[in-house]
Design a protein around this ligand. Sequence first.
Ligand SMILES: Cc1cc2nc3c(=O)[nH]c(=O)nc-3n(C[C@H](O)[C@H](O)[C@H](O)COP(=O)(O)O)c2cc1C
Length: 416
Amino acid sequence: MPFEALPDRWPLVYSSGMQILLGKHIILGVSGGIAAYKAAELVRRLRDAGATVRVVMTTGAQAFVTPLTFQALSGNPVHTALLDPAAEAGMGHIELARWADLVLIAPASANLISRLAQGRGDDLLATICLATEAPIALAPSMNRVMWADAATQSNIEILQTRGMHRFGPAEGPQACGEVGEGRMMAVSELVERSAGLFLHQRLAGRRVTITAGPTREAIDPVRYLSNRSSGRMGFAMAEAAREAGATVTLIAGPVHLPTPPGVERIDVVSAAEMLAAVQSGIAMTDIFIAAAAVADYRPVRVAKDKIKKSDATLSLEMARTEDILATVASRAERPFCVGFAAETHDLADYARDKLERKQLDMVAANDVSQPGIGFDSEDNALLVLWRGGEKHLARARKTELARHLITLISERLSSR
Ligand SMILES: Cc1cc2nc3c(=O)[nH]c(=O)nc-3n(C[C@H](O)[C@H](O)[C@H](O)COP(=O)(O)O)c2cc1C
């Protein structure tokens, strides 16, 4: 499903071009409850959200839905057996446990919850739960009396104190004809809650200011000088910083991008306006990320009226604009400063020079001469440098790179 087609009611799964579950490996564990048929829909919705899904079924689950259904929907073989040499020769229990970014068990039967609470390894799903380092989320589903039973309540409490996540159950009419608490949480909500597990709060309590996009330097009332920056990288950084728990101000040049949810946006046009907007809030900022492609020069004189076509050539006298990043980095009380460097050659040398010359804390450099990355495209590849270290972030969507970069920033910040 294209990004645009994902419903609004999934704000965590999809927001402003960002898919939290994109590329995530999810093991969907299905145990023997009547809601097993709903897990078929869950596979589809997780895949719509960009995840790769492998289904592991208990023996009980196979009495309700066939493995063939899940194989067809997930596009992967279904895993059912633990003590089976053929299965182990393929993707065995340890490999599956390592492969997963998340183990989501929906429905989680009372029996499975009890087996997990005992730490048993008596089938493939229970063994994967013991062997994985990925988060485990349970969506209990059972008759309301089974759910209220003291044994079930004590088992689920044990699992939660061990760090497993519980999604639901919901209240309402049940397959057995009763009404109460015990229904499996709605599929859309399970997808949403799964996405929520991937949102880190590394920058909780931090204030982040980000510049993005190009600037426009006026020549006359209808003409300007600008550049090809789309603003995507800066907007992706704003989104990733917000998801990491920061309070984010995004100072944007003229771009056609929606504001990421929860982000304060200030629109500016020229380099001078961008500098003024940055300076007005910089004293409160913990992290300053300069992702904008700010014009280095501006016309000295802006013509009051439209310049008429007359001579064969036209000369513009240009003056340097103020370097916003250098201005911020030279403050006595300065935030953690991150610069971007767009270069066409000698990437590492220019980036290292920028880091030292402007006394930055980090530089993210990209080679804009490479086709398909950098300016105006969805993808990028970055060489990230700081004093005493560097990391290559291979070609990926800007949204994904932004999340990696925010992680690197938060690590450097905490080691400062
Ligand atoms: C028709 C039918 C429906 C059932 N529905 C549920 C259910 O919704 N939740 C549950 O915990 N157990 C339910 N059970 C009982 C489980 O299937 C049984 O405890 C089974 O051993 C669970 O195995 P598992 O842990 O391998 O999934 C149901 C049994 C039957 C016969």
